[in-house]
Design a protein around this ligand. Structure first.
Ligand code: ACO
Length: 323
């Protein structure tokens, strides 16, 4: 079994900002309501000709520039997204061509807001097995393209962004300390966008091109389940929460992160999130938050970071990682 470690990170968010005050002009809402119920202040919105693959390429360019890294020896690309440019071809094959790395494996992972963590787990598995040495992992979304800007219960939440990380074989140690992967398909009707099927779990879905969410149900499910799953990760790794330097939950809503931390008795000050300026960017929230922590000088080499993603599925995944 081979060790793996994260060796570089890059991010990108589109230039256009959509503030709470802008949203006050679009739907019946207020800056106060949004801040009080979610903590979100603004989000970034991709241009009409800007798609998930474009955000991915910019995030990889940021990674290469900041870490002086090349990607021509990457042997697998994994993109986690719920908003691919097309149902097929995959975003990973589009960016493989744009990055000019022919011969590299390329797959997309569909695990909604848990996608980035699932993709990390997949990258680690490829490397641990000895089959791959250098995997490029991305979490990227253009959720604004599937957001209904007449529905105030969802349009205040979502935004666009991308994060890219390199996972490389490490001959000396394994930085992937513990994980938990799960899914509860009995809650599939709580967050969705209809596709070929219009029914799930025998429940008729709202047939629209937009994302539909029963936020309250997701909220309840997360508070009931995520803290216990996090405890399992730590128990299996024989570690305590005190040893976790940074907790990075999916940035769905600040009011959701607070009860998770409360149940775990984990300090909010050691929690990183990207929602204040970017909103809920689904598969991109965790790499965006990690990068904010690195840029702010908080997250350092050797720190233990616990990431936990959850979302439509209801799919969820946690990864304990040493930086
Ligand atoms: N502005 C003003 N009022 C609003 C707004 C708004 N933007 N949105 C809803 N309201 C109103 C509702 O109409 C309702 O009014 P009523 O009582 O008169 O009927 C009231 O506020 C309360 O609505 P709720 O939906 O019950 O509000 P809640 O406090 O549950 O907050 C929210 C909603 C923010 C969506 C919350 O439930 C949440 O964050 N849930 C978790 C979502 C999540 O984690 N998703 C992750 C997966 S996402 C993915 O996979 C892509």
């Amino acid at each position: 079994m081979f060790g793996a470690r994260m060796t570089a990170i890059g991010t990108y968010v589109p230039e256009k900002r959509l503030t709470n005050f802008d949203l006050e002009q679009i739907v019946e809402t207020s800056n106060d309501w949004i801040i009080q119920r979610t903590g979100i202040e603004e989000r970034r919105i991709a241009g009409p000709n800007e798609f998930t693959s474009d955000l991915c390429v910019f995030a990889v360019e940021d990674l290469m520039k900041r870490y002086n890294k090349k990607v021509d020896d990457v042997d697998m690309i994994i993109v986690a997204t719920s908003t691919p440019d097309f149902p097929f071809p995959s975003v990973s094959s589009i960016i493989q061509n744009r990055l000019n790395i022919p011969g590299t494996g390329a797959i997309d992972v569909s695990a909604a807001c848990a996608g980035f963590v699932y993709a990390l787990h997949t990258a680690n598995s490829y490397i641990a097995s000895g089959l791959h040495k250098k995997v490029l992992v991305l979490g990227a979304e253009t959720l604004s393209k599937i957001t209904d800007y007449t529905d105030r219960s969802t349009c205040v939440l979502f935004g666009d962004g991308a994060g890219a990380v390199l996972i490389e074989r490490d001959e000396r140690s394994n930085r992937f300390i513990g994980f938990h992967m799960g899914s509860d398909g009995s809650g599939a009707q709580h967050v969705y966008r209809t596709g070929l099927a219009k029914k799930v779990n025998d429940i008729e879905l709202v047939d629209t091109q937009y994302l539909v969410q029963n936020g309250r149900e997701v909220f309840r499910w997360v508070v009931r389940n995520v803290p216990n799953n996090i405890r399992h990760i730590l128990d299996k790794a024989d570690m305590s929460l005190d040893e976790v330097d940074w907790f990075i939950p999916h940035s769905a809503n600040l009011r959701l992160i607070e009860p998770i931390c409360e149940k775990l008795n984990y300090p909010m000050e050691k929690t990183l999130y990207s929602l204040i300026n970017y909103g809920n960017t689904s598969a991109a929230t965790i790499p965006l938050a990690l990068d904010l922590g690195i840029r702010d000088g908080k997250v350092k080499n050797g720190d233990k970071v616990l990431m936990y993603g959850f979302g439509s599925g209801l799919v969820h995944a946690g990864q304990l990682l040493e930086m």
